[in-house]
Design a protein. Structure first.
Length: 75
């Protein structure tokens, strides 16, 4: 484990994204790092495909038709 120095503006965006995603700042940073690594190693795969792949690997049934999609204020 270590410390990563980032620009203040990026840290502020990280803080905001963490709040919106219900993650800690560290968990949000780790998520962005993992997604970035996957995007670089799989350039032909979309973000949605990467997330769906990770959910399946974790045993989550992301294809459930009864799962509501939250938007706007309902999210």
């Amino acid at each position: 484990m270590g410390i990563v120095n980032i620009e203040d503006a990026l840290h502020e965006q990280l803080r905001r994204a963490a709040k919106a995603s219900y993650r800690s700042i560290n968990a949000q940073a780790a998520f962005w790092i993992r997604i970035g690594m996957m995007c670089e190693t799989h350039p032909g795969v979309t973000f949605q495909e990467l997330v769906a792949r990770e959910l399946r690997a974790a045993g989550v049934d992301a294809s459930a038709q009864d799962t509501p999609i939250l938007t706007g204020d309902a999210a």
